[in-house]
Design a protein around this ligand. Structure first.
Ligand code: NSP
Length: 226
């Protein structure tokens, strides 16, 4: 399934309104696409993102735990595998090329914005069901796919000599786009089974809160705060 064919995700995105635009069109993303994002901001972001991805892997492990059937368990562990062995492996390589060694990554002090976001998502998953958890994870997975595809296309010919090319290529790439499509499809399947119409506002509130925490993550990167 492509993102355009999904049903729940576009409804959640529309319900997030301006917050979705503030996330996907954040100054961090614009500067990165132009190629003039301060290198120190990118390094700070990369290092924090390593910590973020580890907590997100925990959240996907929780998704496997929350699943009540084999298909949902497999879907969660496929994402977990992709995260640990693809996205994080790329991330460690990218960090090394940016002068941040693996040992330094492990010693990264966690920024408050990072803690707030990742623990919020895990708490939603602990308190709610699998659908609630996937909705909390959606701005991360589907948001980055949307940002990656749009910004990679926008950078266009400038990509040949672009300082942030690898980042743009990772999130615009088939692997990540396919992952976002699968998560959107899984949310639709779960919504069909578990979502009474009265539940939508509660799910939209979770999605919007996670979107706002993504905005806080970009702010943290741009301002290099802890
Ligand atoms: C903060 C953040 N959000 C989302 C992604 C994409 N997995 C990420 N790497 N970092």
């Amino acid at each position: 399934m492509t993102l355009e064919q999904s049903d729940l995700f576009p409804r959640l995105r529309a319900a997030a309104g301006e917050d979705w635009t503030r996330y996907t069109d954040h100054e961090f993303v614009r500067a990165l696409t132009r190629g003039d994002l301060a290198e120190a901001s990118f390094r700070h972001y990369l290092q924090q993102d390593y910590v973020f991805l580890k907590h997100f892997a925990r959240a996907w492990a929780l998704a496997a735990f929350k699943a009540d059937n084999l298909a949902d368990m497999r879907a969660a562990t496929e994402v977990l595998d992709g995260l640990l062995n693809h996205e994080m492996a790329l991330h460690v390589d990218l960090c090394r090329r940016w002068g941040i060694e693996a040992e330094a990554l492990e010693r990264t002090p966690e920024a408050r914005a990072n803690m707030a976001y990742t623990r919020y998502v895990i708490e939603r998953g602990l308190a709610g069901d699998l659908l609630e958890l996937l909705v909390a994870l959606a701005p991360c997975v589907i948001g980055y796919a949307e940002i990656g595809a749009a910004r990679h296309a926008e950078a266009g010919a400038a990509l040949a000599d672009h300082p942030y090319r690898e980042w743009l290529e990772t999130y615009a790439g088939d692997e990540f786009q396919g992952l976002a499509g699968s998560v959107a499809a899984q949310m639709d399947r779960l919504a069909e089974r578990h979502m009474a119409p009265t539940r939508f506002p509660e799910l939209a509130a979770t999605f919007t809160a996670a979107t706002r925490l993504e905005i806080g993550f970009w702010d943290m990167g741009l301002q290099q705060t802890l």
